[in-house]
Design a protein around this ligand. Structure first.
Ligand SMILES: [Zn+2]
Ligand SMILES: [Zn+2]
Length: 127
């Protein structure tokens, strides 16, 4: 593996290991050693081209952030997103099934779980 492919692989792993996090180019530079910011931007656009990551924005910031384009492990879950700290969690599979079944039975509504995020306040933010 050449130097550049290796850097890109490292960055890809970083996103894959934290599928719910949003990182700016600077964040990534802080997590990797000896990688120039221009190399990071170059790799980000390569990963974006391949559809592995996508650009997103954070409220209150004009910077560009990048996030992993859903890992396979995420497809089975409905996501619970905390409005306060921004953390995302997975709804337990059993609860997801119940919710989907109820929506179908009562409303003839087929929930697409891969696209569904429920917003609220997480356990630690309620304290
Ligand atoms: Zn997920
Ligand atoms: Zn929270």
């Amino acid at each position: 593996m050449n130097y550049q492919t290796e850097q890109r692989k490292l960055m890809q792993n970083l996103f894959a290991e934290h599928p719910h996090e949003m990182y700016s180019a600077k964040d990534i530079q802080g997590m990797l050693t000896n990688v120039s910011i221009s190399a990071i931007y170059r790799n980000l656009s390569k990963l974006e081209e391949k559809g592995l990551i996508m650009r997103c924005s954070k409220s209150g910031s004009s910077k560009s952030f990048y996030t992993y384009t859903k890992s396979d492990g995420c497809r089975e879950y409905i996501h619970l997103k905390c409005k306060q700290c921004g953390k995302t969690a997975h709804m337990p599979i059993d609860d997801t099934e119940i919710l989907m079944r109820n929506a179908l039975e009562h409303k003839k509504f087929k929930v697409d779980k891969t696209e569904t995020i429920l917003y609220g306040i997480c356990e630690s933010c309620q304290k």
